[in-house]
Ligand binder design. Structure first.
Ligand code: PLP
Length: 382
């Protein structure tokens, strides 16, 4: 077995030299603050956009569910893991998204890798935004369908690809992030919906960073004026503050997922406290529109202060180029008390390493000004 560890060590060496080795750093979170290596930093790297992961009512809901149903689901949902909280969560998600039904998965990653292979296979076609999240790419590969990547957010390119290839295949799926996770921009969902209709293709939007933040909290489909998106996927691990993934769609599509999606069938149900917490978090999202508007307002305060293009979501990238430059920019901000993690390839394309700023409802305005000032002095330098 020596070859195994030798392989791993050699591969790590190559990654280390390219500054691409990664190690999870121990991080204790308390609200918007994190502690790393004994240092307290203000975090602009959490996707907990509404700070709901630490909301007292939501924590209380999780504790109550744990006491009532236990800490684990005990089995797949199709066996005995479908505890009574699931139905309420799925109803609430469907209502929020304006769809007929919803299906909750173990995570966003599990959702996309489960959903896509149910809908398309080797005789079919997927047209995928090149900057879509890794799990959409993974789902596309798993499906065995022919994959065409289109230039980022470029609806005209989608049109060209479908015009060239749609006739050769049985079914076609257009898939994209609704809010792009590393760029913060919105997909052109209205245009994509029109193109999908014209070519009899199905549109899947991954709204991981939209729910609870844009479109009055209902997500990217609503931010672009209510485009017709028959497959609205997302996660409960970002603004909702808990864990899990979902698909909102018509009843037959949801029933088919529950019957055929392998990540739904062969993976254990979510812990009851996680599901209860998600329900309590959706309460906040549905009833506190002023609070829900805060992350985007804060992001725009930051882009205004730096003369950057106006933020479209809670995510603002500052692209610095090379991996080393991104790491040292992150270090400079850390010295000023801010945690802004550098994002490197392969998460983003080579040459586009960046700082990714994520704004949350509870970031104080004065700290955003101080952050913008530090970025101006130490990162952008103009
Ligand atoms: C985070 C993310 C996911 C994965 O969701 P998890 O629930 O964390 O597995 C999927 N898609 C996008 C766009 C994401 O940003």
């Amino acid at each position: 077995m020596r070859s195994l560890s030798e392989f791993a060590a050699e591969k790590l060496g190559v990654l280390e030299r390219a500054k691409l080795r990664r190690t999870p750093e121990e991080t204790a979170r308390a609200g918007i603050w994190v502690e790393r290596n004994g240092r307290r930093l203000l975090s602009f790297s959490c996707n907990d956009y509404l700070n709901l992961s630490q909301h007292p009512k939501i924590i209380a809901a999780a504790i109550a569910a744990t006491e009532r149903y236990g800490i684990g689901a005990g089995a797949s949902r199709l066996v005995t893991g479908n505890h009574p909280l699931y139905a309420e969560l799925e109803e609430r998600l469907a209502r929020l998204k304006g769809s007929e039904a919803a299906c909750v998965f173990g995570s966003g990653y599990l959702a996309n890798t489960g959903i896509v292979p149910v809908l398309v296979g080797p005789d079919d076609l997927i047209v995928l935004d090149e900057l879509s999240h890794a799990c959409l790419h993974a789902g596309a590969k798993l499906s065995g369908a022919k994959i065409h990547l289109y230039r980022h957010a470029n609806a005209a390119h989608v049109q060209t690809l479908l015009a060239a290839h749609r006739a050769e295949t049985k079914r076609a799926l257009i898939a994209t992030d609704g809010v792009f996770s590393m760029d913060g921009d919105l997909a052109p969902l209205a245009e994509l919906a029109d193109i999908a209709k014209h070519f009899d293709a199905w549109l899947l939007s991954d709204d991981a960073h939209g729910l609870g933040v844009v479109g009055g909290g209902r997500g990217s489909t609503f931010a672009v004026g209510g485009a017709e998106v028959p497959l609205q996927m997302g996660t409960l691990s970002k603004a909702v503050g808990t864990y899990g993934g979902y698909l909102c769609a018509s009843q037959p599509v949801i029933d088919l997922m529950r019957t055929r999606a392998r990540t739904f069938i062969y993976s254990t149900g979510l812990p009851p406290p996680v599901v209860a917490a998600a329900i309590a978090a959706l309460d906040v999202i549905e009833t506190e529109p002023g609070y829900v508007a805060e992350p985007l307002r804060k992001a725009r305060q930051f882009t205004r202060a730096l003369n950057l293009p106006e933020a479209q979501s809670a995510i603002v990238p500052v692209i610095v180029g090379e991996t080393e430059a991104a790491l040292s920019a992150s270090e400079l901000l850390r010295n000023e008390g801010f945690l802004v993690v550098a994002i490197r390839p392969p998460t983003v394309p080579p040459g586009t390493a960046r700082l990714r700023f994520a704004f949350t409802a509870q970031h104080p305005d004065a700290e955003i000004e101080r952050l913008a000032d530090a970025v101006r002095r130490r990162v952008i330098r103009h």
